[in-house]
Design a protein around this ligand. Structure first.
Ligand SMILES: [Zn+2]
Length: 248
């Protein structure tokens, strides 16, 4: 079969209204039966420290019709945890959550870091990963793929992946990159001090066996798009989020 000239599941994000919330979605993932996912905006501050976080998190859960909405205490590490939906958020210190239970939303909170959705809805398995530059440098996207293989027996080529709005190459300046980033990261350097972290994630997913045409990158830079929280732009603690769940 000839390769389609345009990746099957690539495309810009689309606006989606759920109840009274304006959210975003990946058209490619929407085509997958049994999968629910959204990207929120700064309309809802989901940061745990914020006074509005609890009501906002509950509002998001209800609007999406989820039995549970779970998140972890993210620490820019590579720990991934399988959840059953019986846990209470925050479930643990981790930067990735996975589940095979329907109705359990996995939330990654973010300001410039990536949320990387991994989904094999035909197998009833999903994960959501938190990957900033530290996560990229530590190989978090590939660790997520490996986790789903070892824990649930999902082969990498069964997975669909989507990378949320995040720090784009346009704004991804790392002046101390020589000391902060591993040497191999130079493959993703664009210009003097800028790095393309989306390209790094794509590379890591493909190297782990995810099919290129099943990877969607939002291509939306959080610094350039004020509808999202950006730590680099605002220096505030606000967080938007990316949620993935298996439909009940
Ligand atoms: Zn930008």
């Amino acid at each position: 079969m000839p390769r389609p000239s345009k990746p099957e599941y690539a495309g810009p994000m689309v606006a989606r209204r759920h109840g009274d919330l304006d959210l975003h979605a990946f058209p490619g993932l929407e085509a997958l039966p049994g999968l629910l996912h959204v990207v929120t905006t700064r309309e809802l501050d989901l940061a745990s420290a914020g006074p509005r976080a609890q009501p906002n998190l509950e509002r998001l859960r209800r609007t999406l019709g989820l039995r549970r909405l779970l998140w972890a205490r993210q620490v820019h590490g590579t720990e991934i945890m399988a959840v059953s939906g019986e846990e209470t958020a925050p479930v643990a210190q981790a930067d990735g959550l996975a589940t095979d239970r329907p109705g359990v939303g996995l939330l990654i909170k973010q300001a410039d870091c990536q949320a990387v959705i991994l989904a094999a809805p035909q197998r009833g398995v999903i994960a959501n990963l938190h990957a900033g530059w530290r996560g990229n440098a530590a190989g978090m996207p590939a660790k997520g793929v490996e986790f789903l293989a070892s824990r649930y027996g999902v082969a990498p080529d069964e997975l669909y992946a989507a990378v949320s709005p995040s720090l784009g190459a346009c704004c991804g300046e790392f002046v101390n990159w020589r000391s902060e980033l591993p040497e191999w990261f130079e493959n993703f350097r664009v210009g003097e001090n800028h790095f393309d972290l989306e390209a790094a994630t794509r590379h890591q997913l493909e190297a782990a066996g995810v099919r290129p045409q099943r990877i969607t990158i939002s291509g939306r830079c959080t610094v350039c798009h004020p509808e999202f929280f950006s730590y680099r732009r605002d220096k505030t603690a606000g967080r938007f989020g990316t949620v993935v769940a298996l439909r009940e």
